[in-house]
Design a protein around this ligand. Structure first.
Ligand code: F6R
Length: 583
């Protein structure tokens, strides 16, 4: 949450900063700001999107400055407003911050006792004030003192009024340093940087990066240390919409390609990984859609491998008492690899010496780096806030891991070979989804039902719809509705039923009849044609391992078309941010 960028080098800082903020807007977009330093420092801020900020930059007298920092905000402390927007300046210190300071009240009290006056309600201004309080001209010494007393998470870019360098420091929030030709960059992720350079460095907790106009120095315990320069495979065109109206639509349309790439590499890639059957228990831990991918994994692993699986939301798992009394594998699923709760769950398992496997998209991320084993999703950058292609690959990996356990066979290998093409055909039926969307986009409540693995898919369908269209939606285990929720069913209320598991399809159909009898408009998504269903989408029937990969894109497309008809800001839904780096 929140995106930060910084620049120092031979060119105008403003060009990278604005461009970089646009790339990071998915991380938060309630306000934004820029600080440029030439002979003097100048800060501008605005409420709302980066475009609002862009309208103001011509007012800046230091527009040609070659040093600057900028921020796009997802509010934590303090409402979205111009005053609360970053950068924050106190005395000689100007900072942009991604993260959250936990002992802010304690720090603030000390500063109020020193008669410091605060303009904003943010924890970041307190942080700037505490750095300023200790600043005596020695940056490394000051940062060491300050970060011994500050608790919480932070990725910070800092400019000091009396220095010509740019500084960066991080703890539990992501930060990448770009190494260009006579220009150096700071960004919350690699995307803003790839247009300028494919070389980058990572900094770890406790290290301080000093960016000068001729290079980057990294210090640990005030001593200069050597860092490797890495190369990213992310390409500049990954940032573009490539003719699609929205990133979400582009990313859904990339699903068949990235699925094929995954299938082609998967078995070779994991040939040296321990089999799931080496473990007596598996814990799958994740948040949001990644959790729902994990729930699909739970259904498959338990059904086909006889291993006990617990699937839990990371924000609970991290605080729950977890009894690791059997040989356990903890699987963490995360697109960004930076979700704060999932990181905490990973660290909890590691503290107990439990094996950890990360299924993660962003290779440079904390989860990828700290886990024992990694399966990279390799979906490429996902820009739309709502996950689509990364989710599909998470689900595919669940199926592939399970398939590997039972032993490969020709029939299923053939089916796998055909899967990307089947997926493409499903996505291409756009007119069908548009028609369906027209029938439901005016409703304000929509339910999804399913049983077992179909319920896991229903959860994802419901989440995708509500997060981008703002229609209230809930997903229920089909048998559970009549224990209370059915009282909400009214005439014309859409109820989606996911029906792919032949063992319980009759049961779900009976539940569907119950809501139909109470006036609901029912829509079936199934892998067989079901009689007497007016609204129905039928996908090809494949083995249970791979069936979700063909069902969920239908739900994604319907959510997309509904949100479009409602005129929503599909790629950047309100109140959300892509990378949830605070708990
Ligand atoms: C929903 C969505 C979120 C994420 C969740 C976890 O469309 O994108 O629910 O799945 O915030 O994020 P990652 O996978 O980055 O850990």
């Amino acid at each position: 949450m929140c995106g930060i960028v910084g620049y120092i080098g031979k060119n105008r800082a403003i060009d990278f900063l604005i461009d970089g903020l646009k790339c990071l807007e998915y991380r938060g977009y309630d306000s934004a700001g820029i600080a440029l330093k030439d002979k003097k420092m100048q800060v501008i801020k605005s409420l709302g999107r980066i475009s609002e900020l862009e309208n103001k930059i011509n007012e800046m007298s230091v527009i040609d400055a070659k040093l600057g920092i900028a921020h796009t905000r997802w509010a934590t402390h303090g409402v979205p407003s111009e005053i609360n927007a970053h950068p924050h300046t106190v005395g000689k210190v100007t900072i942009v911050h991604n993260g959250i300071i936990e002992n802010v009240e304690f720090l603030k009290k000390q500063l109020l006792d020193d008669n410091v006056l605060f303009k904003s309600e943010t924890d970041t201004e307190v942080l700037a004030a505490i750095i300023n309080k200790y600043y005596d001209g020695d940056v490394l010494g000051t940062l060491e003192k300050v970060f011994n007393i500050v608790r919480g998470s932070y990725a910070l870019a800092i400019i000091f009024e009396d220095k010509d360098e740019l500084y960066a420091i991080r703890k539990d929030s992501p930060l990448i340093l770009g190494v260009g030709d006579g220009e150096y960059f700071i960004a919350s992720d690699i995307i803003p940087i790839v247009k300028y350079t494919n070389q980058y460095m990572l900094i770890e907790e406790g290290e301080v990066a000093e960016l000068t106009s001729s290079g980057i120095n990294i210090y640990f315990n005030r001593k200069k240390i050597k860092k490797d320069i890495l190369k990213t495979s992310v390409m500049s065109q990954d940032r573009e919409k490539c003719g699609y109206k929205h990133y979400m639509l582009k990313e859904i349309n990339e699903e068949p390609i990235v699925l094929k790439q995954l299938i082609d590499k998967f078995f070779d890639y994991i040939k040296d990984f321990p089999k799931l059957s080496c473990y007596e228990e598996i814990h799958i831990v994740a948040c949001g859609s990644a959790l729902y991918a994990g729930m699909i994994g739970k259904c498959l692993f338990e059904e086909y491998t006889n291993i006990k699986v617990i699937c839990e939301v990371a924000s609970e798992y991290r605080y729950n008492r977890v009894l690791y009394d059997r040989k356990t594998l903890v699987i963490l699923i995360s697109q960004s690899g930076e979700t704060a709760d999932t990181i905490a769950a990973l660290r909890k398992a590691k503290k107990e010496n439990i094996d950890t496997l990360a299924i993660v998209n962003v290779k440079e991320s904390t989860i990828a780096r700290e886990s024992d084993m990694q399966i990279y999703i390799e979906a490429g950058p996902e820009i739309a806030v709502a996950t689509t292609k990364a989710y599909i690959l998470q689900v595919a990996i669940m199926g592939l891991l399970c398939y590997r356990e039972i032993g490969r066979n020709e029939k299923l290998d053939n089916e796998l070979g055909r899967l990307p093409r089947m997926l493409k055909e499903i996505i291409d039926h756009r007119d069908e989804y548009k028609k369906l969307a027209k029938k439901i986009f005016n409703n304000e409540d929509i339910f999804f039902i399913g049983r077992k693995i179909d319920y896991a898919m229903a959860l994802e369908g419901s989440l995708k719809l509500k997060e981008i269209s703002y229609i209230h939606s809930e997903a229920y285990q089909a048998g559970e509705l009549k224990h209370g929720t059915i009282s909400l069913i009214e005439d014309d209320m859409p109820v989606f039923a996911i029906i792919t598991d032949p063992d319980i399809s009759d049961k779900t159909l009976s539940n569907l009849e119950e809501v139909k009898a109470r006036g609901a408009k029912t829509i079936v998504i199934s892998n067989e044609l079901i009689n007497d269903q007016l609204l129905q989408v039928v996908v090809p029937k494949v083995s249970a391992f791979f069936q979700p990969v063909l069902v969920v894109p239908v739900l994604q497309m319907i959510a997309y078309e509904v949100a479009k008809l409602r005129g929503c800001d599909i790629d950047k839904p309100k109140n959300l941010a892509k990378s949830v780096t605070v708990e």
